[in-house]
Design a protein around this ligand. Sequence first.
Ligand SMILES: [Zn+2]
Length: 354
Amino acid sequence: MSRAQLCQPRGGRCRVRAMACLAAVARTARVAGSLIGSPKYPGQMLEVGETGKESFDSRLRREAMAWLTVRTNDGEEWLTREDIQDFSLDGEPRRLQATQTGIWKPRDLSAALSIQTVYRAPGKERPYNDEVGSDQLLRYAWRGDDAEHADNRALRSAMEQKLPLIWFFGVGMGPAVFQPIFPVYLLWEEPELKQFVIDPNVGRGLVSEGSPLEEPLRRYLMVETKRRLHQPVFRSTVLRAYRSRCAVCSLAHKELLDAAHIVPDSSELGIASVVNGMALCKIHHAAFDAHILGIRPDFVVEIREDILAEVDGPMLKHGIQARHGQRLMELPQNRREYPSRQLLESAYMSFRSA
Ligand SMILES: [Zn+2]
């Protein structure tokens, strides 16, 4: 992803330069840190012993992340639990993900390999506490209350050794599907709150425990967390809910689909919910954002009057004008994931007043 894309979709250009500068600092810090060899991924750390041989732990992490990169088509696709079980190393199947609890440490590794957050449809409580703090860094809760639980010790060990982890983030149920986010690192622990602080990777070397964060750095972390975690999770959750079809026209080509926000995610905190999203094809997404197309809270599409009066080619006629007065063609199967009527109402008011 190019530097210019950092601010999208709603950033201003002015921020790019400041962030590019911070990114350069982060890169330098990373390179000056513990990198040895030629890492394949940004932030990937290789452990090379005196013999020049990579450790098994390091190789497993590297191979697993390379495999996930391919299997997710560079983060574009989500994976079922079953898909994730396909991974093998040296001909041996290797589990990458815990079956039930969130933290997974293979028996022959000294530290955790992955964490997971299970999907809960809107309105249902999440079982794990993964939240963004006021410093814009993500948190991952301990397992239970016991600091010395084996899972918590495994995470602490990954933190102390600065090992890269895979975060399987739930984006749907039945079957359970996950968006893998990697590599992520643990920065420090907050025992009084029973949680670890997750580094969105780019912050490596930029933040340390207890130091006050300057506003530009805070903003940078916020944008990076959005780009690395919130955007892919939001996209997968929304596209999965709409079975990878445009809500307006039912087009089923993922590469032509976006997860559109009904109301811009202005709060900038928390993971955008599926109820503020709709799968829309590129044309209908742009038409929705430009107030050419509106969607009433009763899920009926309206086209702006002046556009209805235009005479033009087939895209305008069939793709846009013909949708006027038609109900959405696709809605989630699970009613809890329907677009929020309140948010639709708000977006529809903007459409009418445009
Ligand atoms: Zn469409």
